[in-house]
Design a protein around this ligand. Structure first.
Ligand code: COI
Length: 359
């Protein structure tokens, strides 16, 4: 499909943040965005890249009332040799459509998803930050925009992509965060929408997150919704626990997100001399193993969070420190290797990197 490029008036061009150490996460947006519409009687249509601007939407749109919305997150990197690289973008395209299927949204052809992102990033390449730990975060999303209050799948959707130059997701940067295991609220249940990247999952996590914050924790770690016993995920990350050089993570149960970074860690770790196991992790066993020093490190993985070390884990009234509250060796090794591949400092043995053609 042809993507129309609407001219960007020079007076609409924003000033870029000069100090890349101040970027934070998702606070600044580039000059342009991509929009493609889907209409029941036309299918995908009207693809355009236009100046970044607010949407004008009818207050009755399905997305506002029934949360028919999905999104993705991936990143673009500018290499020292000038290449612009995406990391495994086809995984995001696939997962986007899996999420959409769960809440009855039309599948977008993967080619259109990828081509649209590449064209937008190529146009906005001057926005890609290059300081260590920075990248251009790409946020594709789809919303239901039919103006009607009946509860049924919408007849009209906007697929759109916005771009944000970012640094670390957590304010602490690449430093250990504190996590509280949530034993009251649940994020997802078997048969629910936990596996889909849909906004409602994140809305329903906010209350637990705020309560954890008042107790001094950065994030909550969700337990399974049936028994509140098995480790699932942290909203923005999948979780890993190192028992020496053996790394354990929860299986894809259907109620956690199938993380692209999770999958990359599972493939990368064995090549770095670690063993990997996907298995159910009973929170009581985990706490006992931290207490007795069997668990030597914990870290989270995610596109925004990359690899994030965990310094403290709290469950019920017990709070345990990990790795002396410092960044563990394995965590650092995986972070360095993964970001090394993404930024072109290390060889990509896996074929994960995809370059964007530049005009
Ligand atoms: C990502 O890692 O890209 C995510 O979508 C997590 C998000 C909630 C920041």
């Amino acid at each position: 499909m042809d993507i129309k490029i609407v001219p960007l008036p020079t007076d609409k061009m924003k000033t870029k943040i000069a100090d890349q150490s101040k970027l934070g996460f998702g606070k600044y947006f580039t000059d342009r965005m991509l929009i493609v519409e889907w209409k029941a009687d036309q299918g995908w249509c009207d693809a355009r890249i236009e100046p970044y601007a607010p949407f004008m939407l009818d207050p009755s749109c399905t997305v506002f009332h029934y949360a028919q919305e999905i999104f993705e997150g991936l990143k673009a990197y500018k290499w020292a040799d000038g290449h612009i690289a995406l990391f495994r973008p086809e995984m995001n395209a696939r997962r986007f459509n899996q999420s959409g299927d769960r809440i009855c949204m039309p599948a977008i052809p993967e080619e259109l998803f990828l081509d649209g992102i590449k064209k937008l990033v190529a146009l906005e390449q001057d926005w890609i930050p290059t300081a260590d730990g920075t990248s251009l975060y790409i946020r594709p999303a789809m919303i239901a925009v039919e103006p009607v209050l009946g509860v049924h799948p919408s007849n009209h959707y906007y697929f759109f992509v916005i771009l944000s130059p970012v640094g670390a997701y957590y304010a602490a940067g690449f430093n250990p965060i504190n996590i509280m295991v949530e034993d009251h609220y649940v994020r997802a249940v078997p048969g629910g929408t936990g596996e889909a990247k849909t906004g409602g999952n994140y809305a329903s996590s906010l209350k637990a997150g705020l309560e954890a914050k008042t107790k001094g924790y950065d994030q909550v770690l969700w337990l399974d919704g049936r028994e509140r016993r098995y480790i699932e995920e942290v909203g923005a990350m999948n979780m890993f626990f190192a028992y020496g050089s053996h790394i354990v993570t929860a299986p894809l149960s259907g109620s956690i997100l199938s993380g692209v970074t999770r999958d990359s860690v599972l493939k990368l770790a064995p090549t770095l001399g670690y063993t990997i196991e996907e298995r159910q992790i009973d929170v009581n066993d985990l706490m006992a193993d931290i207490r007795t020093g069997k668990v030597t490190e914990a870290f989270g993985s995610g596109t925004a969070a990359v690899i994030t070390p965990v310094g403290k884990l709290c469950y019920k009234e017990e709070s345990l420190q990990l790795t002396g509250g410092k960044v563990g060796e394995i965590t650092q090794h995986l972070y360095d290797t993964l970001t090394g591949i993404q930024t072109g400092k290390l060889k990509d043995e896996f074929g994960w990197v995809e370059f964007i053609e530049q005009a």
